[in-house]
Design a protein around this ligand. Structure first.
Ligand SMILES: [Zn+2]
Ligand SMILES: [Zn+2]
Length: 467
């Protein structure tokens, strides 16, 4: 059902220092707000107990919510006062409160004139970069209210992807700050919107690199939402449909449209599953597309976060897998993860030995690559596919392509349907990322170690350490 969102920005908020929740506070807030020069005919107090019912305070604010609903129905401007409660406490008269500005949103359905009055923005703990040059720091961010098609997820683990570092440092264009990155999210559903059908409270779920798309264009209809012609909405530093900047998974909670929420199968540990939402799907999609399977010879360039997933997945698909790494340092890991062969690219003889050997060479590194040399490794009809993205433009000769009908290809993550397929595949074959779990206060240190390639193979943040 088509819906129109009406958003009112709250311009003034009054929070008595040390305020405690209760009838007197609400009365004083209303009185203060009335005295503000705000063009509004109604004041409302909205309580935000994350994942909780309004509980003990319901009676005290019931009249305000009712009045708000009625005012919305007749199209009156509305001012919302948002009271931010500690996340897990059941609210009581003595619950400390904190005030924050926010938006009140009404969703009006033109068909039945039903007005869905959402209760507010959620303020949640997060780790965010204040600017391109400062380290990430503990903070709070707001999440939109849970709309009819939204799911509220309590995040348990968030993977650290190299893209997070590029983005928060504005290396891929000027980012929006403060910015909480993270697009490898695993957690549990704690609330569902009224129209949600795919997920239930208590479900183990994941969110990857995108949280929305137009849903109508040819890419979306083909299940390739990542190539949406209107642009997918990235999980962080993206512009959401309501114009706000999206915030990622280095956070305790996230609100996501149900269509962009994946189910994490029972057999997959949440921490191990988190990196699959980016590293897993990024490598799974080109391996599927280029037919990795029995009788196919696949080379994986680089054994890092992406590469170590590519090796496991290609092996599970039945392909003969070769790792091409700079050195033989990680050889034992590579063979343990499922590689049949392991070669060092620093050894000049490797390219002669392996000339014409592969149906697919999957490049997972973002360093500059001599394309012609890697094309020479392909058999007739073979493909050199890029998932690693060097910032520089790479040159190549056409002859190595046409003399053997070779292809150059690129691939970016995968559609929602294929992401679910990948998670199910990993659960079925017992695959997962090799991880090092860290507390939130070690994120900056982890970034330095990612940049120094000193991680085997993915850092995962335990988000319970964000509170
Ligand atoms: Zn990523
Ligand atoms: Zn689209």
């Amino acid at each position: 059902m088509a819906q129109r969102s009406v958003t009112t920005t709250v311009s003034q908020v009054v929070a008595p220092p040390g305020a405690r929740l209760g009838g007197r506070l609400i009365t004083s807030l209303v009185a203060s707000a009335v005295l503000q020069p705000i063009n509004a005919t109604l004041i409302s107090v909205a309580l935000v107990p994350i994942g909780q019912s309004l509980g003990a305070c319901a009676a005290e604010i019931a009249w305000l919510v009712t009045a708000l609903y009625l005012a919305s129905a007749v199209g009156q401007p509305v001012v919302g006062l948002f009271v931010d409660l500690p996340s897990t406490d059941r609210p009581s008269q003595d619950t400390p409160v904190r005030m924050s500005t926010g938006r009140w949103r009404r969703e009006v359905s033109p068909d039945d004139r039903t007005i869905h009055c959402g209760v507010v923005l959620l303020t949640v703990h997060a780790y965010a970069a204040p600017s391109a040059t400062e380290p990430l720091a503990k903070t709070t961010i707001t999440r939109r209210d849970v709309g009819p098609h939204d799911v509220l997820i309590k995040i348990e683990y968030a993977g650290i992807c190299h893209s997070d570092i590029h983005t928060v440092r504005s290396e891929w264009g000027e980012a929006h700050y403060p910015l909480a990155p993270g697009h490898e999210i695993a957690g549990v559903v704690v609330e569902t919107g009224s129209a949600v059908t795919k997920h239930r409270v208590g479900d183990r779920v994941g969110v990857g690199c995108m949280v929305d798309s137009c849903g109508k264009c040819v890419s979306c209809r083909n299940g390739e939402e990542q190539y949406c012609l209107e642009g997918m909405v990235a999980t962080y530093d993206g512009i959401d449909r309501d114009g706000t900047v999206t915030q990622g998974g280095y956070s305790t909670h996230v609100v996501v449209a149900e269509d962009f929420v994946l189910k994490i199968p029972d057999g997959l540990d949440l921490a191990v599953a988190a990196p699959l939402l980016c590293a897993g799907i990024t490598t799974y999609t080109p391996l599927r597309r280029h037919g990795a399977g029995p009788g196919k010879r696949v080379a994986v360039v680089g054994l890092g976060g992406l590469g170590h997933m590519a090796v496991q997945i290609a092996h599970a698909m039945g392909a003969e897998v070769t790792v091409l790494s700079q050195s033989l340092k990680k050889r034992e890991d590579g063979l343990r993860l499922g590689a049949d062969h392991y070669y060092a690219t620093s050894d000049e003889s490797t390219f002669e030995t392996l000339a014409g050997s592969f149906d697919l060479v999957l490049n997972t590194v973002s360093a500059v690559l001599d394309i012609d040399r890697y094309l020479s490794l392909l058999a007739v009809g073979g493909t050199l596919a890029f998932v690693g993205a060097p910032a520089e433009s790479l040159g190549f000769g056409v002859f190595p392509l046409l003399t053997n009908r070779r292809s150059l290809s690129g691939s970016m993550i995968g559609g929602i349907g294929q992401t679910q397929e990948m998670l199910d595949f990993c659960a079925e074959h017992g695959l997962g990322a090799e991880i090092e779990i860290i507390s939130a206060d070690r994120i900056n240190e982890a970034y330095e170690r990612v940049l120094a390639s000193d991680v085997r193979y993915r850092f995962v943040i335990d988000t319970s350490t964000l509170d």
